[in-house]
Ligand binder design. Structure first.
Ligand SMILES: CC/C=C\C/C=C\C/C=C\CCC/C=C/C(=O)SCCNC(=O)CCNC(=O)[C@H](O)C(C)(C)COP(=O)(O)OP(=O)(O)OC[C@H]1O[C@@H](n2cnc3c(N)ncnc32)[C@H](O)[C@@H]1OP(=O)(O)O
Length: 281
């Protein structure tokens, strides 16, 4: 039975949080009325694999929060073991071509929206964050991870060439030499390693504490003029955004060409089967 203590805590929380009216199906958006901070929760069980629909909903949520002039955006997951497993490999294995095009376009849209977001952004990484999961987290300005998680851009281990935005994200967070080595080795880091190299800013013992730390980070901008803040952020990230725009179409075509290759399909099939077998054994 629920204790009266936890019930009153829940009622208190409910009184300051509201769900955005247009909250979509695969992301839940909650705005804290006291702090003005919006939390976007990725909610595609079991592992928040990024398919067309999740990417679409995430993009909509980010834009909605930005337009509603929230004080900041926190990204987290409804799964207590996995932040996001990255792109849904089923979307790339024996793909429907139009859908594969849409997948990559939506991934690009999400990156642009999150990396270029005018608001302060933070990720409460409450589970593993390989590949696209790491991409989302490193698009944010601040990251807190939980113990015993794994995070990194491992595309190269799947035979995939990390796109240019993976490079921008890592260069924005890590020293150049560390970023390059991590990408060419397709390194997945433990919580301790990620903290040590600076891939994450902090470690928290629970999701609640991670969310709290993210809110504290966003609160550091309380006295800062929001326009001056966002323009300064854009000065740092603008060149990446511009270069991305100039290479966007090429990257889309390269992706489609890449996944169309028979060897790539064979490799993806083996990788997917390996993931499934793990659960059968
Ligand atoms: C210019 C561009 C030019 C060329 C570009 C070319 C290509 C593009 C290149 C890069 C794109 C970069 C952007 C992003 C890419 C990606 O994200 S690729 C995806 C990479 N992801 C992974 O490798 C993660 C693999 N998964 C795991 O490591 C683990 O599942 C986990 C740690 C996330 C979770 O572990 P568990 O909690 O133990 O869960 P399970 O492993 O049991 O998984 C449950 C269930 O889900 C299936 N699954 C796991 N991951 C995926 C996935 N990414 N896609 C689809 N399905 C996945 C898994 O098989 C299990 O299925 P069942 O057994 O239950 O059927």
């Amino acid at each position: 039975m629920m204790s009266s203590m936890s019930l009153s805590r829940m009622l208190r929380a409910a009184s300051v949080c509201r769900t955005m009216s247009t909250a979509t199906k695969l992301t839940a958006v909650e705005v804290n009325d006291k702090t003005g901070i919006a939390t976007v929760t990725l909610s595609r069980p079991p592992i928040n694999a990024l398919n067309v629909e999740l990417l679409h909903d995430l993009y909509q949520s980010i834009k909605e929060i930005e337009n509603n002039k929230s004080r900041g955006l926190i990204l987290t997951s409804s799964n207590d073991k996995v932040f996001s497993a990255g792109l849904d490999i089923n979307e790339m294995y024996r793909p429907d071509k139009d859908r594969a095009r849409l997948l990559w376009t939506k991934l690009q849209d999400v990156w642009l929206a999150l990396y270029g977001c005018a608001l302060p952004t933070a990720a409460a990484i409450n589970g593993h964050a390989p590949a696209g999961g790491c991409l989302l987290a490193t698009s944010c300005e601040y990251r807190v991870i939980l113990p015993q998680c794994r995070i990194g851009l491992n595309e190269i281990q799947l035979g995939l060439v990390p796109p240019i935005f993976c490079m921008f994200n890592f260069l924005n967070v890590l020293p150049r030499r560390v970023a390059e080595r991590a990408l060419v080795q397709g390194r997945i880091f433990t919580t301790e390693q990620a903290l040590q190299i600076g891939l994450v800013d902090d470690v928290a013992s629970s999701k609640e504490k991670a969310l709290e730390k993210c809110s504290q980070f966003i609160a550091t901008f309380a006295q800062t003029n929001p326009l001056a803040r966002s323009l300064t952020k854009l000065k740092f990230r603008g060149a990446d955004l511009q270069r991305f725009e100039s290479e966007r179409t090429n990257e889309l075509e390269s992706f489609l060409e890449f996944i169309d290759h028979p060897q790539m399909q064979e490799d993806l099939g083996i990788y997917l089967e390996g993931l499934k077998k793990k659960n059968r054994n």
